[in-house]
Design a protein around this ligand. Sequence first.
Ligand code: DX5
Ligand code: ZN
Length: 214
Amino acid sequence: MAENQKPLIAPSLLSSDFADLKSELKKLQTADMLHLDIMDNHFVPNLTFGFPVIEAIRAKTKIDLDAHLMVDAPEDYIDELAKIGVEYISFHLEATVHSHRLLAKIRSLKIKAGIAINPGTAVSLLEPLLAEADFVLLMSVNPGFGGQSFLPLVYDKLAYLAPYKPKYGFQIQVDGGVCATNARQLVDAGVDILVAGSFVFRGDYSQNMDILRG
Ligand code: DX5
Ligand code: ZN
């Protein structure tokens, strides 16, 4: 990302109070997008929320919704998410053998299409997909839970990926363990969108997001 350019901040609702989403959304009005962690208890060992909850969130906010599918068979979720009206959808390379086709399908629905990889997946596998992706999501924790420690191995992946940005025009999103101490370095390494859960959802959410913007 160019110098002095601010990253987009995407708070992860996984760290929110699910019993009081209405007030949580009020405290997130300065967010650039809202990150929705959709887990199926198969692709990851945790289960979060599905379409009815996303629909309820959609009805309460105009902020862009960013659906992060941590599910097997992500193909099965796209039409419903499009109907609800999310702006971004990412799915995992490890979860489907038809990544290229699925990116094209998401784009055909006028939704920003993202491809995500786990910490243990080689970033070079993304190269044939970059022309079809609006964004790449690099996981900096193993997916499934909030509040885990940031894995610095993501920096090597950023060093590989960032030089492809001018050619293809995709954005880079990093998700997991993002906080005040690594935000600047991530942005300098080419990250456009910072996802953060536990760092944002304590004290003054708006101030925490500003800290990440730097
Ligand atoms: C992990 C999720 C993340 C997570 C981030 O599986 O994809 O979005 O909620 O939470 P923190 O910032 O607490 O690591
Ligand atoms: Zn996520």
